[in-house]
Design a protein around this ligand. Structure first.
Ligand SMILES: NC(=O)c1ccc[n+]([C@@H]2O[C@H](COP(=O)([O-])OP(=O)(O)OC[C@H]3O[C@@H](n4cnc5c(N)ncnc54)[C@H](O)[C@@H]3O)[C@@H](O)[C@H]2O)c1
Ligand SMILES: [Zn+2]
Ligand SMILES: [Zn+2]
Length: 390
């Protein structure tokens, strides 16, 4: 089968690799119809998180079940399925509590696993013609319709981007009426803003420096904040002045909720060619209101081969802890417990209440991956979210 593999820093290739096959009785093999490229793939593409050359990339698949192992009970050949990024068993103590990204049975001696992901288990990636799905009864989420129908792009985003955007709003406890600032207008930040609006947030600001991405933020009903125009904290405080707060509430001129949808490869605001992994947490600590909530969905890597000046090879950072303590801010982190939200968000899509595909800007064949990765990595040519159709 053909697959997108990591070849070297800033180089992916489409290669022939052995077909995905049934290895365990509870596996299925899925023929992929759509497979999205994610900002997480770029951390590997940039040579940062220790991907091994030859690694098949991709963790955002939608497809049709082609082959079913003998002990699979609920999935049949021909089922159209979306496969959540984080592989999980469905029955360990963490899975039973809905903490699927911390499954205890998918990575011996550790916890949590994902497809096509350096350091996250042995599972081959989904930017390929075929994907082996372990623990198939747990990991296949059935969706109606036919491959290539009008919901193809909405459904593929249920594998990761929409659920992670939603997860960010859960981490940050977004409620109706909330004021929200999202840093990063990639697919994750945009879909976090979109999720916040679905939940009834009153004001949602989205911070970035890329014109097409800021335009998308406006398109979904958020207020774009352009880093190129100066300190985003001051810009949001100024915008908030127009709508509130009431006299006597000036200390609340920030936001109640902050979301980091950038991660450790954040750019320095004053020197955007240089990374600064503490830029976003620093800005959010200044912006957040007393007793506010922060949700950190951007990835922070425990292994960074080329850390930025403020960074460290093991991911240690110096952050304004005292400011967060003094304000009484709650900070919650982490990978998406996808399976908690996949069905809920699938049904929002099927009912027509959500159209996450608003963030999809590009399509290609597997062969187009090298070009799409290069443009996405430069955040150029309007690429926000690209979907490969093998
Ligand atoms: N928690 C999870 O389970 C999970 C799942 C998927 C993705 N992620 C992570 O979420 C992050 C975003 O993913 P994406 O696909 O949207 O990536 P992306 O690279 O397309 O988006 C990141 C955006 O951040 C912007 N940015 C950079 N520095 C900034 C700064 N200082 N302030 C504001 N914006 C800044 C960039 O211009 C870019 O538009 C990545 O770190 C990715 O690995 C986490
Ligand atoms: Zn992803
Ligand atoms: Zn488990």
């Amino acid at each position: 089968m053909k697959a997108v593999v990591f070849a070297d820093t800033r180089s992916v290739e489409v290669r022939d690799v052995p077909d995905a096959v049934i290895e365990e009785p509870d596996d299925v093999v899925v023929r992929i119809t759509s497979s999205a490229i994610c900002g997480t793939d770029l951390h590997m593409y940039d040579g940062r998180t220790g991907a091994t050359p030859g690694l098949v990339l991709g963790h955002e698949p939608l497809g049709v079940v082609q082959q079913v192992g003998p002990s699979v009970e609920t999935v049949r050949t021909g089922d159209r399925v979306v496969i959540p990024t984080h592989v999980y068993c469905g029955v360990c103590v963490n899975c039973a509590r809905g903490l699927s990204a911390a499954c205890l049975r998918v990575r011996p001696g550790s916890f949590g696993a994902a497809y096509g992901y350096a350091g996250m288990g042995p599972y081959r990636g989904a930017q390929a013609e075929l994907l082996r799905v372990p623990f198939a009864d747990a990991n296949c989420v059935k969706v109606p319709g036919e491959p290539g129908d009008e919901l193809e792009d909405d459904l593929v985003l249920l594998a990761d981007a929409f659920v992670t955007g939603w997860h960010a709003t859960e981490l940050a406890q977004v409620s109706a009426g909330a004021t929200v600032a999202v840093f990063g207008a990639g697919a994750i930040g945009l879909l976090a803003a979109y999720s916040a609006l679905l939940k009834g947030a009153a004001e949602v600001y989205v911070v970035d420096r890329v014109t097409e991405r800021l335009d998308k933020a406006g398109e979904i009903g958020a207020v774009p904040v352009d880093l190129r125009r100066g300190d985003p904290v001051e810009q949001i405080r100024e915008l908030r002045r127009a709508v509130g707060p009431e006299p006597g509430e000036e200390a609340m001129r920030g936001v109640q909720v902050g979301i980091d949808a950038v991660g450790f490869q954040a750019r320095d605001r004053l020197e955007p060619d240089v990374e600064n992994p503490t830029q976003v947490i620093g800005d959010l600590a200044r912006l957040i209101n007393p007793a506010g909530h922060l949700g950190i969905a951007g990835v922070f890597a425990e292994k960074d081969l080329h850390p930025a000046p403020q960074g460290h090879a093991d991911g240690r950072l110096t952050v304004p802890w005292a400011t967060l303590f003094s304000k009484g801010v709650s900070v919650r982190f982490g990978r998406t417990h996808d399976r908690r939200y996949t069905v809920l968000l699938r049904d929002l899509v099927l009912s027509g209440r959500a159209r996450p595909s608003v963030v999809v800007t590009h399509h290609g064949r597997l062969e187009d991956a090298p070009e799409l990765f290069a443009a996405f990595d430069r955040r150029a040519d309007g690429v926000v979210k690209a979907v490969l159709r093998p």
